[in-house]
Design a protein around this ligand. Structure first.
Ligand code: BT5
Length: 273
């Protein structure tokens, strides 16, 4: 029994790869619970830096805080990459940003579209969610010893492929372009671009990541609502801090750091911002 979806064979991907590490060791699966779980388990068993898992379909794809990631067969990209950056753990949030930049650049390269990064881990097109990133890691002696970077991108879904509750908030490349996009081109492009940004991250070039993250940002300069585990408040998205935290100017003019949470862009009324 073959495990590979016809358009996502390891040969199709390797033929398009220009990397030294990312995707060189690659496991393609027809179906899996979550590609992040496979990569985390492979990491514990000593898989190399850059080991990648790619699935046609996830039955338990996840986002942050136990949320689900819709992963229907044949339509999207669901991949996780194992990284061993060994940088100080405090830099971990910048890895999510670097992965977002890599995904946005790849989408632009392959389709000509201009996606935007919505802090902390979304990629948007026309204000709708196109892709999400989930980084799960292990630290050892204050260093990020192992990180699994999970990326889900909506490629060829039509509007009826999403559950009704996502109808107003989700989009795909096909919905915007009007034609399907080759999955092997996009995923190999993603591994190629990710390798560049992973190197920038490992070299500690935080400023380069932050500058590019600011350029791609959907939120900076926008009135936003911030929701954390304990609070909900409004302000103006001001900047990215050195560690990737979002700096928001509140109603009193104070600059507040948001380290973990969600932001939504307020469409009208920047009251208090
Ligand atoms: C994320 O979480 O956006 C991270 C998603 C990461 C998915 C990848 S796929 C490969 C790897 N393996 C996994 O198991 N996960 C990673 P969060 O910011 O918590 O957003 C989750 C929310 O996005 C959900 O609660 C829905 O509202 C929405 N959502 C779910 N599926 C979606 C989809 N396919 N497209 C757009 N929005 C979606």
């Amino acid at each position: 029994m073959t495990d590979f979806p016809a358009d996502l064979t390891p040969e199709a991907i390797h033929a398009r790869l220009r990397t030294k590490a990312i995707g060189r060791s690659l496991r393609v699966l027809a179906q899996v619970g979550s590609t992040n779980d496979v990569a985390l388990a492979a990491g514990r068993e000593g898989a190399p830096d850059g080991f990648a898992v790619l699935a046609d379909r996830q039955t338990a794809g996840r986002g942050r805080l136990g949320r689900a990631w819709e992963s229907p067969p044949g339509l999207g990209i669901y991949t996780s990459v194992l990284l061993r950056p060994r940088v100080p753990a405090a830099l971990a949030p910048l890895l999510t940003l670097a992965v977002g930049i890599a995904a946005a650049e790849t989408i632009q390269e392959v389709t000509g579209l201009l996606p935007r990064l919505k802090w902390p881990n979304d990629i948007q097109l026309d204000g709708r969610k196109l892709a999400g990133i989930l980084v799960e890691g292990t630290t050892l002696e204050g260093r990020l010893s192992e990180a699994v970077v999970g990326i889900g991108i909506n490629l060829n879904q039509g509007v009826t492929d999403f559950p009704v509750e996502l109808g107003d908030s989700a989009t795909s490349l096909r919905m915007v372009l009007g034609h399907p996009v080759g999955r092997a081109d996009l995923v190999a492009g993603l591994y190629n671009t990710l390798e560049h940004w992973y190197r920038v991250f490992c070299d500690g070039e935080c400023r380069t990541i932050l500058d590019r993250g600011r350029q791609w940002s959907a939120v900076l300069g926008q009135p936003v609502e911030v929701r954390t585990a304990t609070e909900r408040w409004s302000g103006l998205a001001w900047d990215l801090d050195q560690d990737g935290a979002l700096v928001v100017r509140d109603a009193h003019g104070a600059l507040r750091r948001v380290v973990a949470g969600d932001v939504s862009i307020r469409v009208a009324g920047a009251k208090g911002a």
